[in-house]
Write a protein that binds this ligand. Structure first.
Ligand code: FES
Ligand code: FE2
Length: 453
């Protein structure tokens, strides 16, 4: 850009850079003012390009849910993270929480003092059976409803009954602590977990949660992504077993909707699942040559030298895998591995981080069998082959897209293809059924009305 400097000495409003003050322009000639304004505009164009306005999509609400959903139960921690008498701090869905277990009761309050914002978790003081005291200036809050109970260094304060902190409903199931993030009366937990998860005979092995540098939507979509299985050709489990992965579990053309079953039970979770039984099985593909050079046929490493019919027969002999996706943010993959269900909650921490709880479920007849599954057997039969040797590659892939979506306008720039159809089906489903979207302004809203469960 060329800067054109006017031949005049009087400064007019149009000559000034945006936001210029009188002090800034004092003593400046019109030519200087214009030069600065134009230089400013040039710099803006070069260094800080305006992101183009976001195109409206049929899944617009999904795009707005950077921080996840509000008015839902989420797993916050493992039961073992919070032994009797302990506290546990966790950030989720943008909120900073402090979990407390005291005399067998569970509590959850915001980890932020109403006085001046000190984090209780930096020195948690549970000095009575149901209060938390701020270690800075002694304000003491009721763990049940967050109300200010007293102030130790001002016993006759008039503030009691007038202020407090947020308190969150919390409950425990299947070895996890679930917290309700929202303001309305919480629904039963069974509304927000996959079908069958709470069944009495479903034993759950709990792996250590992973913190991923990825927005929760990138993490959640990965498991459901029909085109992503290509990555698993390099998973240790596949290499060791010699059982090749297809290049994707992509629905046959025109059958994308037919393979999906919606779950819309008003007293249960909302979501849908698809069965991989009818997918196109591609183990080998051709990269066309150009300029007279020959085509290249690429075959999945473990499929080399094996007839296609044999590979298809082996695949169809396995119990069909059913991949489910549920609100607010979880996957349930039935028969993965065979006879087991792999659950994965992609809980938003903030806009750019996700805590992934991967859990292995198996139906057990006796309590003794369930006990073994939750320990040694689940470790050997589920955690090592499924997490350590397989899903570890999903976590890598989930994070590899983050820069594009976080910094490069990825939600607008993504170019989708047919196998992404089922992802967009979920995005639309989500946009239609989500109870409420979490937003930054709700994080600093007024305190809750108190404990509700
Ligand atoms: Fe907590 Fe002052 S900041 S009592
Ligand atoms: Fe995967």
């Amino acid at each position: 850009m060329t800067l054109s400097i006017p031949e005049k000495d009087e400064i007019t409003a149009q000559d000034l850079p945006d936001g210029a003050t009188d002090e800034m322009t004092a003593g400046m000639t019109a030519a200087e003012a214009v030069a600065i304004r134009l230089a400013d505009e040039t710099r803006d164009q070069v260094d800080r390009p305006e992101a183009p306005p976001r195109r409206s999509r049929p899944w617009q609400r999904y795009l707005e849910a950077e921080l996840g959903l509000r008015e839902y139960w989420y797993p916050a921690a493992r039961s073992t993270d919070l032994p009797e008498g302990a506290t546990f701090a966790v950030k989720m869905v943008g909120e900073e929480l402090l979990l407390v277990r005291k005399n067998g009761r569970l509590y959850c309050v915001e980890d932020r003092c109403a006085h001046r914002g000190t984090r209780f978790s930096e020195r948690p003081l549970v000095l009575s059976e149901d209060t938390i005291t701020c270690w800075y200036h002694t304000w003491t809050f009721d763990l049940d409803d967050g109300a200010l109970r007293c102030i130790l260094n001002e016993p006759d304060t008039a503030l009691v009954g007038k202020t407090g902190i947020r308190a969150y409903p919390v409950t425990e199931a299947k070895g996890l602590l679930f917290v309700y993030i929202g303001d309305a009366e919480p629904p039963p937990l069974s509304n927000d977990v996959p079908v069958g998860f709470l069944d009495a005979d479903m034993a759950i092995y709990i792996d250590e949660p992973n913190v991923l540098h990825a927005n929760w939507r990138l993490a959640l979509e990965n498991t459901f992504d029909p085109g992503h299985h290509f990555i698993h050709n390099w998973s240790q489990f596949v290499i060791e077993s010699g059982f090749p992965m297809t290049f994707g579990y992509v629905a046959k053309k025109g059958e994308e909707h037919a393979e999906v079953s919606y779950v819309l039970d008003p007293d249960g979770p909302l979501g849908f699942s698809r069965c991989t039984k009818t997918t196109e099985l591609i183990f080998s593909a051709t990269i066309p040559g150009k300029n007279g050079r020959p085509d290249t046929v690429y075959t999945a490493p473990a499929a080399v030298g094996r007839p296609h019919e044999e590979l298809v027969a082996d695949f169809l002999a396995m119990p069909p895998i059913e991949v489910g996706i549920y609100l607010p943010c979880e996957n349930a993959t039935v028969n993965f591995p065979a006879g087991m269900t792999t659950y994965d909650w992609c809980v938003p921490i903030d806009e750019n981080h996700t805590r992934s709880f991967m859990l292995g479920g198996r139906r057990c007849v006796t309590e003794q069998e369930a006990e073994l599954w939750r320990g040694e057997v689940g470790h050997r039969e589920w955690k090592v082959p499924t997490i350590d040797k397989f899903l570890v590659d999903d976590n890598k892939a989930r994070q590899s897209m983050q820069t594009f979506y976080e910094k490069e306008n990825g939600w607008d720039r993504e170019r989708l293809y047919r196998p992404d159809l089922e992802i967009t089906m979920f995005r639309k489903f989500f946009s239609e059924h989500a109870r409420s979207i979490q937003t930054r302004d709700k994080l600093v809203g007024p305190r809750s009305r108190g404990r509700r469960s």
